[in-house]
Design a protein around this ligand. Sequence first.
Ligand SMILES: O=C(O)Cc1cc(O)ccc1O
Ligand SMILES: [Fe+2]
Length: 370
Amino acid sequence: MAELKYISGFGNECASEDPRCPGALPEGQNNPQVCPYNLYAEQLSGSAFTCPRSTNKRSWLYRILPSVSHKSFEFIDQGHITHNWDEVDPDPNQLRWKPFEIPKASQEKVDFVNGLHTLCGAGDIRSNNGLAVHIFLCNTSMGNRCFYNSDGDLLIVPQKGKLLIYTEFGKMLVQPNEICVIQDVSPFNVVAWHGNYTPYKYNLENFMVINSVAFDHADPSIFTVLTAKSVRPGVAIADFVIFPPRWGVADKTFRPPYYHRNCMSEFMGLIKGHYEAKQGGFLPGGGSLHSPMTPHGPDADCFEKASKAKLAPERIADGTMAFMFESSLNMAVTKWGLKTCNCLDENYYKCWEPLKSHFTPNSRNPAETN
Ligand SMILES: O=C(O)Cc1cc(O)ccc1O
Ligand SMILES: [Fe+2]
């Protein structure tokens, strides 16, 4: 396949024309009586039409046939996708999953859609307020199938293998994606488009990470890459946060994540390497969920090492990439997540069992006792 070219600029107004149809974008207006090349004009809106201009998101697509030329939607087997958050009793335990197993293509061919398994989630698709974490485990191309998601934004975080994604806006190797499902015509019939509501991809290595350069531990909001806002200012449906390689230089500081109980829920995953708060057990391709107010933090090994470490500047987590969805919603785990996937780490809680008391009631100064 020819090398893909990308338009850069997050949130910018962008425009693209199929080079075989120069001038396919109308000039000076979106809705000429007849569009160049006799294309259909179609708007895709990503914000309410009353949003202030600065938050308005929409794109115009010029296509061979409008998306509406499709057969009736029909019910298909839901597979492993669910929005039933009452399948199992609420579980406030710290939950951790071993790497989820990708089925072998020689045994069973599974494409992206069949391979989606809902792990946890909260909220309601009718009120457009909520989120869900799905694990995709696939080994086969979608072929002539396509997928569209009208429930919300789809953030794809691949951990293994590459995804070549065909969207109405073009092709990409990795990206969030919203497209239309049609039977006998191709939804990929867009000849030109312009606007600021488009799929995009982003290389996490480009994140300009910041950190404390004096002392103490900044909370992980400094690592927020993307936010799905709720109606409450400053409180997200989900923040997408990463823990990338960086320098740790903070003086007189316990540098790994602190122990905490959080009014938000935290779903974490590891793309590669190892996570700074866990010496073992949290592996690439696995995940963890800490529900609101469920205590968690560094495992016993990490605590012992970091409290004794000589505090020189050090590279934190070289070659790693952990991520977190920090959500104001209390996510329920599905039956698949707790049982069927067979990846739940029953021993997770044990990583904190060796923690011992270091309390020295008669001496305030740690240096005297260490
Ligand atoms: O739980 C975690 O490991 C994520 C996390 C990291 C950190 O540095 C501070 C708070 C926090 O939730
Ligand atoms: Fe946390």
